[in-house]
Design a protein around this ligand. Structure first.
Ligand code: ADP
Ligand code: GLC
Length: 501
């Protein structure tokens, strides 16, 4: 079958700018598609962090005219390649919108720190990402190929399918292009005032409840869902969950109504980045054969990094997460005194809401010899935690897919997860039956309570301590799982083929 031509649009891409898993997906899926013989390009904004990424970026000489409100802004198109690949990545340059991120000053890609540490969205996010979405459409004549599919992701590119259908469809080169829209997290919808429609250069009649309006506001995620030719989210379970009021954040009716236009595809993992056999960040590389000895070295290194006693007998519970309510930090904090009573050390890496920062700091200050805390973003520590912990905690309230638990599997660090969304789809809970069958890869619980989390960790530690052969089998089974991108990319390929008919 002939290869497809795909343009992936995302607001963050690993290797250039990242706040969470979207960046991992936007960096890895295009390369996996290219390996399958498709022609792929990626487009993202040119942030300060792209400039600082240390990757060579070249000028294309192309200046895109991007209409915004009653102005037409000119922006330069820059180009690089995705790391370890030939896949081109284009950057839309517009310094007033995108070159403001500066972690020292508390400014990120989407938010800035206010007084008291509280993080607020930039007030012009609607303009910034309407601009970017429009620029995505404007890149098409300059890619050297006409995409069959534009693949947009999350609310930041939610206007892409709208522009394609309502503004660009009649132009040469756009007639047959279809759109796929991926929801990575339905809690972030991009809701703004109606006036944004005008700024975005879209007709006022789109503002109705069947299209862009949501309870009197403009909802950009909804726009993407309504206008895309196919919609998917990042796990089959989350695809079911968001059709319910508990998880749908108000969009459950719309999502139920679109039937099989909504599907679920579990994310893959870039095992070039996340594999203890090749990981340059960890103290000792390891495989299922060498996991016992070398993971112990990684654990000692992790304890040193966090200035904890180098005690091989203390189970280390690790957590890497955006510190937001989604991730179940409140459960972890409630259950934590119990974990300390069980002899554990705990290490945290995260960045997010100031109340969680404060609570974690207070907890660490109370138990400095048991709790390690790093507030901020650190690629190296994320890898060291995956490798050096005995268990990885991910008790999310909801989790569209989740990547950290899949990384933990490969690192032989059984994840302790709440059975929701992608966590449910990727972790096989250790029960007597699954242990006997040799299928267990981690530990899962259902009720969103601290006691359910605590009991699950206790059961995991019981295996760890009293049934080491069983625990090691879980570790090795987890390490043998294959969540590589090739499988997920094949599913995206099938979805693309479906929409282009
Ligand atoms: P989400 O996208 O909801 O944040 P995922 O589990 O899909 O959750 O992906 C999170 C990604 O971000 C992982 O690659 C994880 O290692 C990374 N990450 C999250 N917080 C940090 C941090 N403070 N430092 C380094 N990496 C982080
Ligand atoms: C979102 C979700 C996370 C998912 C990631 C990549 O940030 O919270 O579960 O893994 O997107 O799809």
């Amino acid at each position: 079958m002939a290869g497809l031509r795909v343009l992936v649009a995302a607001s963050e891409v690993a290797g250039f700018a990242k706040t969470g898993g979207l960046a991992d997906v936007a960096g890895a899926l295009p390369r996996a598609l290219a390996r399958r013989g498709h022609q792929v390009a990626v487009v993202m904004p040119y942030y300060n962090s792209v400039r600082r990424a240390g990757v060579p970026v070249e000028k294309t000489g192309v200046v895109l005219p991007v209409p915004l409100g009653d102005r037409v802004l000119a922006c330069r198109l820059l180009r690089s390649r995705l790391p370890h690949s030939d896949v081109p990545i284009y950057f839309v340059e517009h310094p007033p919108f995108f070159e403001r991120d500066d972690s020292a000053a508390g400014r990120g890609l989407y938010q800035q720190a206010m007084h008291g540490g509280y993080k607020a969205d930039f007030p012009d996010n609607a303009e910034r990402f309407a601009f970017f979405s429009r620029a995505v459409l404007e890149t098409i004549p300059h890619l050297g190929f006409t995409p069959n599919v534009i693949h947009a992701n999350d609310w930041q590119t939610g206007f892409v399918p709208v522009y394609l259908n309502e503004v660009y469809r009649a132009r040469p080169g756009y007639a047959r292009t279809r759109s796929v829209f991926t929801i990575h997290n339905i809690a972030y919808q991009g809701q703004f005032g109606r006036d944004v429609l005008k700024v975005a250069g879209l007709p006022g009649w789109l503002f109705n409840p069947a299209q862009l309006e949501f309870h009197g506001r403009l909802n950009v995620l909804k726009a993407g869902i309504v206008f895309a030719d196919a919609v998917n989210t990042v796990s089959p379970t989350y695809a079911r969950e968001i059709r319910t009021p508990e998880f749908g954040c108000g969009l459950e009716g719309l999502l139920t109504g679109i039937g099989d236009k909504l599907t679920g595809i579990v994310n893959g993992v870039d095992y070039g980045e996340w594999d203890p056999a090749v990981d340059p960040y960890i103290a000792a590389k390891y495989t299922p054969e060498t996991v016992v000895e070398n993971k112990a070295l990684c654990k000692a290194d992790l304890q040193r990094q966090y200035k904890l006693p180098e005690d091989p007998t203390a189970p280390v519970l690790g957590m890497v997460a955006r510190l937001v309510s989604q991730k179940g930090i409140d459960l972890v904090l409630s259950a934590a005194p119990g974990f300390l009573d069980l002899g554990c050390q705990m290490v945290f890496l995260g960045d997010g809401d100031p109340e969680f920062h404060e609570q974690l700091k207070t907890f660490r200050d109370r138990h400095p010899d048991r709790i390690g805390l790093h507030l901020g973003f650190s690629e190296a520590l994320a890898h060291k935690i995956e490798a050096g912990s005995d268990l990885f905690l991910m008790p999310s309230r909801y989790e569209p897919c989740g990547l950290n638990q899949i990384y933990s599997l490969r690192y032989g660090t059984p994840p302790v997860v709440r059975a929701t969304g992608g966590l449910k789809d990727t972790v096989v809970n250790a029960t007597e039956e699954s242990l006997a069958a040799g299928t267990a890869t981690g530990f899962a619980f259902t009720d969103y309570t601290a006691s359910a989390l605590y009991e699950t960790v206790r059961w995991a530690l019981h295996l760890h301590h009293d049934r080491p052969a069983d625990f090691l089998r879980v570790v090795r089974t987890a390490m043998a799982q294959d969540w590589s991108w090739d499988r997920s990319a094949a599913e995206y390929e099938a979805l693309y083929r479906k929409v282009i008919g």
